[in-house]
Design a binder for this molecule. Structure first.
Ligand SMILES: Cc1cc2nc3c(=O)[nH]c(=O)nc-3n(C[C@H](O)[C@H](O)[C@H](O)COP(=O)(O)OP(=O)(O)OC[C@H]3O[C@@H](n4cnc5c(N)ncnc54)[C@H](O)[C@@H]3O)c2cc1C
Length: 381
């Protein structure tokens, strides 16, 4: 057991932190306030930094990062703006998908995403996202094409993504009747609408409507009716990227709060010299460290090609909960300033609260852990 980062990993951490502080953090609050989206010019920074090529196939410039390396990137990006993590993890997913994609699809989409165009992943439907195996969006075979009908909702980058990877029913009921498709978002019959949400305004959450959307048969990813199994493989490791990005945001707020409280005089001495305050800071630092370790343990299992379902579920529900608790504590310890929009703590909390639902609510993850502990026969599902 070795908890040390390698020299290469320290280099990844330091260079991504430097980049994020210089190129992402200064825009974080403005993006939230103005509602503006990332321009192609801005995306060039992310592209040039190599953040969209971490796990692409070698011929597309992939950098062969391990999943732990990718986790380090997500955590560091989260310190600046955890929404940017979506763009990076989507490109990682594309790398994992590549070998299941028709060569023509690879040629078309991998360079475009690697060069900064947006993609979406669409599983969730209006009748409920937690039960992703029971969707009703339907794909019907028509000669050399598939025709999609249905609605997806709460989809990140709705209205700005150029392509969506979408689950649809091609077989019988349940998770074994699902397939996955690559759908360019300018395909006739696909329309979108966006939500007005309390946080993550950059992620452009919204609904996608599929009305007789016709795509070539080669746009199916992987095998017919095996889409759910494939999708679960993707969701599996992502359950660590999500909390790591939130923990990065929480760590940043904790560091800023500590600096503030060292300067803030409370009844004649620095606030940190009041034991109640120091204990809160120490408690939150402990919680972040423990949650972070869960994420890296699960990613390390993934790197070793070992099962990590229960560990990733522990990391997801616990890591997001911890991050939100820390952000709330930071807001409170900054007094009335913490509640004001001048400081980033309230925005970080608004943004990270959404991650309680995204990638599955905690009840689903507790169910997965329970199944691992108790066995399928005695677990809730
Ligand atoms: C910021 C954000 C980004 C997102 N991005 C995407 C995206 O890009 N693509 C995509 O497909 N989806 C996305 N989602 C949707 C997300 O995956 C769903 O919110 C999630 O799967 C839960 O589905 P739901 O919100 O429909 O809740 P429901 O499934 O309706 O569940 C509601 C509540 O019921 C309870 N519950 C659910 N299941 C169980 C159970 N088995 N046992 C006990 N209690 C249960 C939980 O408390 C849960 O919160 C995003 C969501 C957010 C908030």
């Amino acid at each position: 057991m070795n908890f040390d980062l390698t020299e290469d990993q320290k280099e990844i951490r330091d260079s991504v932190r430097k980049f994020a502080e210089a190129e992402i953090l200064p825009h974080y609050q403005r993006w939230d306030r103005t509602g503006e989206f990332l321009t192609a010019d801005y995306m060039k920074n992310i592209v040039d930094m190599g953040l969209l090529r971490l796990r692409l196939p070698e011929k597309y410039g992939g950098q062969g990062y391990s999943f732990v390396d990718c986790g380090i990137v997500c955590e560091e990006i989260g310190r600046a703006d955890h929404q940017i993590r979506y763009i990076i993890s989507n490109a990682i997913h594309l790398g994992e998908m590549a070998s299941s994609m028709h060569p023509a699809l690879q040629e078309e989409w991998i360079p475009r995403i690697a060069n900064g165009e947006m993609m979406s992943l669409a599983f969730t439907e209006p009748r409920g996202g937690a039960d992703a195996g029971n969707i009703v969006t339907k794909a019907t075979r028509d000669g050399d094409h598939w025709v999609l009908n249905g609605e997806k909702t709460s989809i990140t980058f709705t209205g700005v993504s150029k392509v969506v990877f979408v689950s649809a029913r091609t077989g019988g009921p349940g998770p074994r009747g699902l397939s996955f498709f690559c759908v360019p978002t300018d395909t006739p019959g696909l329309s979108t609408s966006n939500f007005d949400r309390m946080g993550q305004r950059l992620d452009r959450g919204g609904s996608m409507f599929f009305d007789n959307v016709r795509i070539p048969a080669r746009n199916m990813i992987g095998k017919e009716n095996e889409g759910f199994i494939w999708a679960m493989t993707i969701i599996g490791y992502n359950r660590n990227f999500v909390p790591l990005a939130c923990l990065g945001a929480a760590q940043k707020s904790l560091e800023e709060t500590m600096e503030y409280l060292k300067q803030r005089q409370i009844m004649g001495k620095p606030a940190t010299q009041w034991q109640g305050v120091a204990n809160e800071l120490a408690t939150e630092a402990t919680k972040i460290e423990a949650a972070r370790m869960l994420c890296y343990k699960a990613l390390s299992l993934k790197d070793q090609d070992k099962r990590h379902d229960a560990e990733s579920s522990m990391a997801k529900w616990w890591g997001v909960k911890v991050a939100n608790e820390v952000l709330y504590t930071c807001m409170r310890l900054n007094g009335h300033y913490g509640w004001a929009k001048d400081l980033p703590h309230e925005q970080r909390l608004r943004d990270c609260l959404g991650m309680e639902s995204a990638d599955g609510p905690r009840e689903v993850h507790l169910g997965i852990i329970a199944r691992d502990l108790l066995g399928k026969k005695f677990a809730p599902f």
